[in-house]
Ligand binder design. Structure first.
Ligand SMILES: NC(=O)c1ccc[n+]([C@@H]2O[C@H](COP(=O)([O-])OP(=O)(O)OC[C@H]3O[C@@H](n4cnc5c(N)ncnc54)[C@H](OP(=O)(O)O)[C@@H]3O)[C@@H](O)[C@H]2O)c1
Length: 280
């Protein structure tokens, strides 16, 4: 059985849907099933269950919140991962961890590869890196997948939030400085299933082809919405954020391609699908 954590979240939901589609036995869990940060609760829940693989998507993904709530961030991002690593060891399960290209930091202007140094600039990303470290130090059967700007058809998705915000607007502002790779939840889910089947080990970037600025991404969403709204390009300093997120979260997926894994498609098809779903 494949266990998927964060199954009510953007990515976890897409993965359980894909597992169901491919008739693979799975168990999707979320906070309502078990609190991953509670070791005993987790142990009791899985006591008599056989697990072949754990796909760990649960996390506290609210980067702004984490900045001022370090303990909660640690609990949900690091402690929860530690408890799952222990479970993985006991069950001898393949461990798949969803990490972030945001952990690379601000050291370079070009897309990051897996060999580049990491200097996370926020609490959330520091905790993601700490989790990566404890996985690599404890397990042999694991893969760490650093992904980018996930979007999905769930209400919490960045794309949905932008579309909802358009109502009544004639113009809006967006950041030209921050660059990253948008990535459609369903595209990652299909790729995760390939990783599950081939079970490679180590660290991989896993993002959609074609990095863009936040501004370019928002322009694309607005264009697809069919609304006549002007998107004004502004610098990052226009937005007052607590978390000093990296201005370059873009990454290259050459390593996975070299190892015979299928690269993710351009995100534009997924974006059209999500916008059409919102509009229908
Ligand atoms: N979203 C992005 O753009 C992005 C970018 C790079 C990497 N990632 C990584 O990709 C993964 C999936 O992201 P996502 O966007 O799908 O996240 P998401 O939609 O925020 O879903 C995460 C889920 O994890 C659950 N969770 C958090 N702490 C938990 C705990 N202690 N016990 C049980 N469940 C818990 C959350 O439940 P609650 O809602 O109840 O807290 C939520 O349903 C994460 O590891 C994230 O760090 C995401």
């Amino acid at each position: 059985m494949v266990v998927v954590t964060g199954a009510a979240g953007q990515l976890g939901k897409a993965i359980v849907d894909e597992l169901a589609l491919q008739n693979i036995e799975y168990l999707g869990i979320d906070r309502s099933t078990v609190d991953l940060s509670q070791a005993k609760e987790l142990q009791d829940f899985f006591k008599d269950k056989k697990i072949e693989a754990i796909v760990h998507c649960a996390a506290n993904t609210n980067v702004e919140f984490c900045e001022t709530n370090k303990k909660v961030s640690y609990r949900d991002n690091v402690q929860a991962t530690k408890n799952l690593v222990d479970l993985s060891l006991q069950k001898e399960a393949y461990f798949m961890y969803m990490s972030s290209t945001g952990i690379y930091g601000d050291d370079q202007k070009t897309p990051y590869s897996e060999v580049d140094t990491v200097h996370p600039t926020t609490v959330h990303h520091s905790h993601k890196l700490e989790s990566e470290g404890l996985i690599a130090a404890s397990l042999s059967k694991y893969v760490i997948l650093r992904t980018g700007w996930i979007f999905s058809d769930l209400k919490k998705s960045f794309v949905f939030k932008i579309l909802e915000s358009l109502s009544g607007l004639t113009e809006m502002k967006s950041n030209t400085e921050q660059v990253g790779n948008p990535v459609y939840s369903k595209d990652i889910a299909r790729s995760i299933l390939e990783f599950l089947k081939k079970a490679p080990k180590g660290l991989f970037n896993l993002v959609g082809a074609r990095p863009v600025s936040r501004y370019e991404f928002v322009c694309e969403i607005v264009k697809l919405s069919g609304q006549n709204i002007k998107v004004e390009p502004v610098l990052n300093s226009h937005f007052k954020r607590l978390a000093k997120v990296s201005m370059n979260e873009s990454a290259s997926c050459k390593k996975m391609i070299k190892q015979g894994l299928t690269p993710l498609p351009d995100w534009s098809t997924g974006l059209k699908e999500v916008v059409n779903k919102f509009l229908s």
